[in-house]
Design a protein. Structure first.
Length: 68
């Protein structure tokens, strides 16, 4: 189980990336929204899409949920 966050700032492709708390790319506290504790990235990305419809998993910490 891990804590997941979504970046408030969109990437160049307009995605809002979902990260685990231990990711090297997790945004600063001011630039992220806490999503909750999940056993995998898919429900975390689904939760992020409730706020940011174009959400995507981080390539580094959520590779199973990363789409190009």
């Amino acid at each position: 189980m891990k804590n997941y966050y979504v970046n408030k700032n969109e990437q160049l492709n307009k995605d809002h990336e979902v990260h685990t708390s231990d990711c090297v790319y997790v945004p600063t506290p001011l630039n992220r929204v806490y999503l909750g504790i999940f056993s995998e990235c898919k429900p975390a990305v689904a939760e992020a899409k409730k706020t940011y419809t174009k959400s995507n998993g981080c390539k580094t910490c959520c590779p199973d949920c990363h789409t190009s």
